[in-house]
Ligand binder design. Structure first.
Ligand code: HMG
Ligand code: MG
Length: 298
C-alpha cells in the first residue's frame, strides 16, 4: 500500500551541480543548501569527496560544508567512493555518507574505474570505519533500469548488488535509473524484486527524468510501500559519466504530486520553488520542473 508520508532525499546540490559545465561558486551552493533546509527538507546531499580530476565541480565540498548553517534535525550526507573520501568527510564532521556501486560492469568501469566486485571490496573498509565513527552509510546502485554503455541490465544483478550493500552495513539502498530510461511497470518490477530481498523500508528510489518518466515510475513504486524518494530541486543535473542523462526527478514535481495525493513530506512547495529559482538564476537558466514553471507564471 502507498505510504502516508514520504522522506525526500534532496540531491540537487550534489547530483544536480556535479555536472554543471561552468564553475558554481561556493556561496551559491551554500545558499542553495540553506534554502532547501528552510523549505523543510530533512536530508540534503551536499557534495562529494571524490577525485577532483574526475568531478571538478565537487572539489569545494569541504568549504561548502564549513559554511552551511547546519540545522538541528537535518542531515547533510556526501558521497565517498573510498577511504580517502571518508577521511575527508569525517574531517568535515558529516553524520552520513554514501557509497555508490552499479549494476552494470561497463558503467562501474567508467564511473569509478573498477569492477563491481572491486568496488564492493573497496567499500568494506569504508563501512567499517564509518561504523566505528557512528556515521550512517547509504548505498547507491546505478543503472538499475538500463546502462548507457551496456544497454539492458538484469534485475537479478540489481538485487545482488543491493543485497551486498546491505550485507556490508548500508542502512538503505537507493536505486538509480541513471539515464532515466525506465517505464512504470519495469520500474515497479525491479523495485519489488529488490524490496522483496532487502525490505521495503531499506529501499529508496532515485530516478532521472531524461525521458519524462520519473514521476510515473515513482508513483508505480510508491504502491509497493516504498517511502524514500530522491529528487533534485529544479530538476538540476545529470551524471558526468552518463552522457545524455538529464536531471533527477524535480523535487517540485514530486512534492506537488505527493501534496495532491495527501502524502506528507514536510516540504513547503513555495519555498522549495523559490530555492529552485534562485539557483537556476545563478546558473543563467530557468527551472526544468513543470511545477516550478507553473508556479512562477502564477
Ligand atoms: P582512480 O583514478 O582509479 O583512483 O579513481 P586512484 O586511487 O588511483 O586516485 C587517483 C587520484 O585521485 C589520486 O590523486 C588520488 O589521491 C585522488 P593523484 O595522486 O593523481 O594526485 N583521489 C581522491 N581525491 C579526493 N577524494 C577522494 C579521492 N580518491 C582518490 N575520495 C575514484 C577512482 C573512485 C577516486 C574516481 O573514479 C572517482 O573519484 N570517481 C567519482 C565519480 C563520481 O563522483 N561520479 C558521480 C557520482 S555517481 C552518480 O552520479 C550516480 C548516482 O547519482 C546514482 C544514479 O543516478 O545512478 C549516485
Ligand atoms: Mg543520480
Amino acid at each position: 500500500a502507498r505510504p502516508t508520508s514520504v522522506r525526500i532525499v534532496e540531491v540537487g546540490p550534489r547530483d544536480g551541480l556535479q555536472n554543471e559545465p561552468g564553475f558554481v561558486p561556493v556561496a551559491a551552493k551554500v545558499a542553495l543548501i540553506d534554502a532547501l533546509a528552510g523549505a523543510g527538507l530533512k536530508v540534503i546531499e551536499s557534495g562529494s569527496f571524490v577525485s577532483p580530476k574526475w568531478v571538478p565541480q565537487m572539489a569545494d565540498t569541504a568549504e561548502v560544508l564549513a559554511q552551511i548553517d547546519r540545522r538541528e534535525g537535518v542531515r547533510y550526507p556526501v558521497l565517498t567512493p573510498n577511504l580517502k573520501g571518508l577521511e575527508l568527510a569525517i574531517a568535515s564532521g558529516v553524520e552520513e555518507v554514501a557509497v555508490f556501486a552499479a549494476a552494470s560492469e561497463a558503467f562501474s568501469a567508467r564511473n569509478i574505474n573498477c569492477t563491481i566486485a572491486e568496488s564492493l571490496t573497496r567499500f568494506a573498509p569504508v563501512l567499517d570505519l564509518a561504523r566505528a565513527q557512528g556515521i550512517a552509510v547509504r548505498g547507491y546502485v546505478s543503472c538499475v533500469l538500463g546502462c548507457p554503455y551496456q544497454g539492458e541490465v538484469p534485475v537479478a544483478k540489481v538485487v545482488e548488488v543491493s543485497q551486498a550493500l546491505v550485507a556490508m552495513g548500508c542502512y538503505e539502498v537507493s536505486l538509480g535509473d541513471t539515464i532515466g530510461v525506465g517505464t512504470p511497470d519495469k520500474a515497479k518490477a525491479m523495485a519489488r524484486a529488490v524490496a522483496d530481498h532487502i525490505g521495503v523500508q531499506r529501499t529508496a528510489l532515485h530516478f532521472h527524468d531524461t525521458y519524462g518518466q520519473a514521476i510515473a515510475n515513482v508513483l508505480a513504486c510508491l504502491d509497493l510501500g516504498i517511502a524514500t524518494v530522491d529528487a533534485a530541486v529544479a530538476g538540476l543535473g545529470g551524471c558526468p559519466y552518463a552522457k545524455g542523462a538529464s536531471g533527477n526527478l524535480a523535487t517540485e514535481d514530486l512534492v506537488y504530486m505527493l501534496d495532491g495525493l495527501g502524502v506528507e513530506t514536510g516540504v513547503d512547495l513555495d519555498r522549495l520553488a523559490a530555492a529552485g529559482r534562485a539557483i537556476t538564476a545563478a546558473l543563467g537558466r530557468s527551472p526544468a520542473s513543470k511545477v516550478a514553471q507553473a508556479l512562477a507564471a502564477k
